[in-house]
Design a protein around this ligand. Structure first.
Ligand code: MF3
Ligand code: CO
Ligand code: CO
Length: 295
């Protein structure tokens, strides 16, 4: 359906925005301008490449995202409920002049996702009390001045057992491995390939149903960033693209199902699942995190 718009005719206006005809401007040029490529990505892939100003605004939102994760980390201990974590995140977000993006997003009822143990993602805060040895992923996305920054971390509650230690370490390293692939001219497939290789070499598995995503102007934008895949496949990355990488890694099999609440994704085999997420920008020579934390 969108095919017709992806082919640029010789006499069409040049997508670089010069006002000239394509044939009189960028057609056939080897080195195309950044604007040309940004316009092409918008037309062909619905990808909204960000300006320096946009990136600075997302970085500001990202500082709040990371501060929120730090606040939650300082409060997590056996005995706290996921509802209390929700209250903490909600109030901190509002106090800082932002809006919690999850609240009412496609009907999601709370301000943060809290995913415990075998919950892969989209856990809904409620009465559940965290206990010693649990792992819990906290996924935070404020909207600050209209800009979104999305990040998550998996925390230990009390003292972790060996499986908890392992899956959290592997998931963190998977995000790192994915981030290390990001630079102009790498592909989206390179990211998934690096993550899948590391996870499977460690005897773990990669969730297929949920992917990273463009972010910044909206919660979920194009493109999708799978956490599995083949090298040199998929779209080429260009500077100014802003997206998340957020691998969900299971200690058992990758299969999942969704609970009757319509949100909570859990491992089919009941095995532990962990995740880390950051919002990243492709720079001229690599990648910068807009929600930086140590991995
Ligand atoms: N923060 C999640 C992500 O990383 C999305 C959560 S959607 C919600 O993409 F509705 F559950 F909040
Ligand atoms: Co995300
Ligand atoms: Co998220």
């Amino acid at each position: 359906m969108k095919k017709s718009s992806s082919k640029i005719g010789r006499n069409d206006p040049c997508p670089c925005g010069s006002g000239l005809k394509y044939k009189k401007c960028c057609m056939g040029k080897k080195e195309v301008s950044a604007e040309y490529r940004a316009n092409l990505y918008a037309r062909q892939h619905n990808i909204r490449v960000k300006t320096e100003k946009d990136i600075e605004a997302i970085r500001k939102a990202g500082r709040l995202t990371v501060a929120t994760l730090d606040l939650v980390e300082s409060k997590i201990r056996p005995g706290i409920s996921t509802e209390e974590i929700n209250t903490l995140v909600h109030e901190f977000t509002i106090k800082n002049g932002a809006i919690p993006a999850p609240l009412n997003y496609r009907g999601f009822p709370k301000s943060v996702c809290t995913s415990v143990n075998e919950v892969i993602c989209h856990g809904i805060p409620g009465k559940r009390i965290l206990k010693d040895g649990d792992i819990v992923n906290i996924d935070v996305t404020p909207i600050l001045n209209g800009y979104y920054a999305d990040a998550n971390k998996t925390f230990f509650v009390g003292e972790p057992g060996p499986d908890a230690k392992k899956i959290v370490a592997v998931a963190g390293e998977c995000l790192k491995q994915g981030m290390e692939m990001v630079r102009p001219d790498a592909t989206i497939g390179d990211i998934g390939w690096a993550i899948q290789k590391y996870a499977e070499d460690q005897g773990c598995s990669v969730v297929r149903e949920f992917v990273g995503h463009g972010v910044g102007f909206e919660f979920h934008e194009a493109p999708q960033i799978p956490h599995y895949g083949r090298r040199k496949s998929g779209l080429v990355l260009i500077p100014g693209m802003v997206f998340t990488i957020e691998p969900m890694i299971n200690i058992g099999r990758h299969n999942l199902y969704i609970l009757d609440d319509g949100w909570t994704a859990v491992t089919e085999d009941g095995s532990l699942s962990a995740q880390f997420e950051q919002t990243l920008v492709v720079t001229e020579d690599g990648v910068k995190s807009l929600t930086p934390f140590k991995l």
